[in-house]
Design a protein. Structure first.
Length: 443
């Protein structure tokens, strides 16, 4: 029986014939040796057709493998524990950073991380450093530039330097934000001492009695505006309820003055009282007044006030604004409802413009200028006047005397003219009463 050859043996026997066929380009017979060898050629050339099988390219990634890898980010990457990273099906992302504080450190925890902060609560010594509060909530700085310092809610703010509190604004003013709005100190929290080169105030308050300063000091019932009063205003809002319908009030500030008439009783409003007024009684025009300006009440007929002035006092009817020259303290009384129908009842200091004085004369005078009054000054001596300017008694500085009426002497009195009239060696004329007999004798 004939032995069957194996595939290997058959291939070995067929090899010479296949080589000849390949050399001839596949067109010749088995014995044709005239063909050429197939040399190195492009794998993608015309000698090859079809698609490579996976076993022909084990290095290649199939479409299914690529899709699987795309959906599995950990196919060749593994996240370390506490890496600060996080993954999804297709994404690798940085974990959410932790919230930083003034004491944060470099740290990675789970999928989060933080960075250390170089900070200090002493920005005065550690320049160019992030500032944080201390354990007690404090911060120290060399200086702070800010247009506003405010406390939360209704909390108080305490400024407590280790030394003194020094204010040095470039504009040279320390002012409230709103006019007539801020108090400095209180009745129960008073400042110890006030040192000032000048004191410019609208009112000096002693409960409801106020001395107003505006070139002079007026002492009498006074209040202050709690709201601005424009030139066309017909009501005034004031702090105190001390005026009545018919009163005549006086306002003066910043070179302006105006007389007003109160024409109603008070009505209560928030923070004070409201009155109807008639403006510009003096005829110089209604002025603009502001909250905080003083309203001085001269009252009605028979009411009075005290005027203390260094330059000029409040003029009475018929006088100019500079006719009462100071320095003087004068007591005035209102004679009628006419705004300036006021008249002096006493004065001390420079009496110019008071009583019958028309020049600078220092002394004292009291009484009714149109009736009986007395005056004492270095120029005229002692004068007692009747019916205005009529002298009835005069004792001048030269020792002269004048009596318009009868001079009475008591039963034990006498008149002496001469020398040593008070001594036992009197020489001169003597008039006296002795035993109900009038006697005149010369010595």
């Amino acid at each position: 029986m004939r032995r069957r050859r194996s595939n290997a043996e058959a291939a070995e026997q067929l090899a010479p014939f296949l080589k000849n066929i390949l050399r001839s380009g596949g067109s010749g017979g088995a014995g044709n040796s005239a063909g050429t060898d197939v040399g190195a050629h492009d794998l993608g050339g015309s000698l090859h057709t079809g698609t490579l099988r996976t076993d022909q390219a084990p290095w290649a990634v199939s479409q299914s493998q690529f899709s699987s890898h795309q959906n599995t980010i950990n196919a060749h990457l593994g996240l370390a524990a506490n890496s600060g990273l996080t993954t999804s099906s297709t994404l690798l992302t940085l974990g959410t950073p932790g919230t930083l504080t003034g004491t944060s450190a470099n740290a990675v925890s789970g999928t989060a991380h933080t960075h250390a902060i170089t900070a200090s609560d002493n920005g005065q010594s550690n320049i160019n450093t992030i500032v944080r509060s201390s354990a007690s909530g404090g911060i120290r700085m060399a200086y702070v530039t800010t247009p506003l310092l405010a406390s939360p809610g209704s909390d108080n703010m305490t400024i407590q330097p280790g030394g003194d509190l020094i204010l040095d604004p470039v504009g040279n003013d320390v002012r409230p934000e709103t006019n007539y709005d801020i108090n400095l100190g209180s009745l129960s929290k008073k400042y110890l001492t006030l040192y000032a080169a000048e004191l410019w105030v609208e009112t000096l308050v002693a409960q409801d009695t106020i001395a107003t300063i505006g070139g002079r000091i007026l002492v009498g019932p006074t209040t202050t505006l709690i709201a601005d009063l424009g030139t066309g205003g017909t009501t005034i809002d004031v702090k105190h309820n001390q005026m009545s319908s018919g009163d005549r009030v006086y306002m003066e500030a910043n070179g302006k003055l105006e007389w007003l008439a109160i024409t109603s009783s008070a009505s209560t409003i928030t923070g004070g009282y409201r009155y109807s007024v008639t403006r510009n009684l003096d005829g110089t025009g209604a002025n603009q007044w502001y909250a905080g300006d003083a309203v001085f009440n001269t009252g009605t007929t028979g009411n009075g006030f005290i005027d203390l002035y260094s330059l000029y006092g409040v003029p009475k009817s018929g006088q100019t604004s500079t006719q009462r020259g100071g320095p003087t303290i004068a007591g005035n009384v209102r004679l009628s409802s006419t705004f300036n129908d006021i008249e002096e009842r006493w004065g001390i200091g420079n009496l110019d413009g008071l009583y019958d004085y028309g020049t600078e004369t220092y002394g004292f005078a009291a009484g009714d200028p149109g009736g009986a009054w007395i005056g004492v000054d270095a120029t005229n001596g002692l004068r007692i006047m009747n019916s205005g300017s009529t002298e009835v008694i005069r004792l001048d500085t030269s020792g002269n005397s004048y009596f318009a009426g009868v001079m009475s002497i008591g039963t034990s009195g006498e008149i002496r003219q001469g020398v040593n009239w008070g001594a036992g060696t009197f020489t001169g004329l003597r008039i006296w009463n002795q035993s109900s007999i009038g006697r005149i004798a010369g010595y």
